[in-house]
Design a protein around this ligand. Structure first.
Ligand SMILES: [Zn+2]
Ligand SMILES: [Zn+2]
Ligand SMILES: [Zn+2]
Length: 328
């Protein structure tokens, strides 16, 4: 059973997807469904002996192009909808133990091109309003398969987090006449203290009001609404700065850093969001020290009010040193 139910007390859609309970959970390397197929006895999700990058529909999709009819009757109080959209898996490499941080710039550049293609293709579908590209890395953030991969969800509406961001940006535009992200870029570049890395087209920084100790944003220096607005040299520039940040993360505590990565860009409905959509990537690692995780607890979960036990400027200093330590 898969359907979307609306919570009228939060004005939020929730996807109810019971079949996902049967997902493969941390299989051994020999049983990895994302490795190439090496023997006829065990066909993986990729039925070829070798591959470069791969993208395919999630075997246990929460959202799909032809979802089943909802199992319950909708009402005025409780709207119900089919789980319409898409859920795709992107395999970054055929190498089971690879991570983005360890890849060369050319491969990351091709992954970015693939993201742009999928954003365009999924976004052009009538029923798709928002394309979210993300990666969950590490068991700490609930990963069920180790093989290096990311995911792409296409939603029939704009999900709550980007929607909140877009509405804030709209308010800022009305009040100040400028894009809040462009203003943020200007401020971070002049403050310098939270900046981790910069190149021709992108800036990486710890946000002024970081919610997590080592939260990082990589933001386009010019107002580009989506991946499709990035030129070829800008995509190379993005690959370069992503690698600097990711390698810095791994150097910070001396282990491969788990994180949630999410890409925020323009919705693909006709809502006229271009002026307030500013391409950026958000990285949220769950660690606050080498041995301690940050958990969402009462204030964050019930109140939505984040408490950060570290000073963003100090986290930025440590992370900047880590980024510098691995630069070649
Ligand atoms: Zn694998
Ligand atoms: Zn902007
Ligand atoms: Zn964002």
């Amino acid at each position: 059973m898969t359907e979307r139910r609306f919570d009228p007390t939060r004005s939020e859609w929730v996807t109810i997807s019971s079949h996902r309970q049967d997902r493969t959970f941390l299989p051994s390397r020999q049983m990895c469904p994302f490795c190439p197929t090496h023997s006829p006895e065990f066909t993986t999700e990729v039925p070829v002996a070798t591959y470069d990058l791969a993208v395919f529909d999630n075997k246990f999709p929460s959202l799909s192009p032809k979802p089943p009819a909802p199992s319950v009757q909708a009402s005025g109080l409780y709207p119900v909808g089919p789980a319409l959209g898409a859920a795709e898996v992107v395999l970054y490499s055929e190498d089971h133990t690879a991570t983005l941080a360890g890849m060369d710039q050319e491969r990351v550049y091709w992954i970015i091109n693939l993201w742009a293609d999928r954003y365009a293709t999924l976004g052009s579908r009538e029923e798709v309003a928002y394309v979210l590209i993300f990666e969950n890395k590490g068991v700490e953030v609930g990963v069920t398969l180790h093989h290096p991969h990311g995911q792409i969800y296409a939603y029939p509406d704009i999900p709550p987090v980007p929607l909140k961001e877009l509405k804030s940006a709209l308010r800022h535009l009305e009040d100040w006449g400028s894009c809040v992200f462009c203003d943020q870029i200007g401020r971070e570049r002049s403050d310098e203290i939270r900046v981790l890395a910069e190149n021709r087209s992108f800036l990486a920084f710890v946000p002024f009001a970081a919610r997590y100790p080592y939260e990082v944003r990589i933001m386009s220096r010019r107002h580009a609404a989506s991946l499709l607005d990035l030129t070829d040299p800008e995509r190379q520039s993005l690959a370069e700065i992503m690698l600097r940040v990711l390698r810095g993360y791994d150097a910070l505590f001396g282990f491969s850093m788990p994180y949630i990565m999410g890409i925020h860009q323009a919705p693909t409905d006709d809502g006229g969001w271009q002026a307030v959509s500013h391409f950026h990537i958000e990285f949220t690692p769950p660690y606050r020290t080498a041995t301690k995780l940050k958990y969402l607890a009462g204030s964050e979960f019930s109140g939505g009010a984040f408490l950060n036990d570290t000073v963003p400027e100090e986290s930025a200093e440590r992370l900047r040193a880590a980024v510098k330590s691995v630069e070649r």
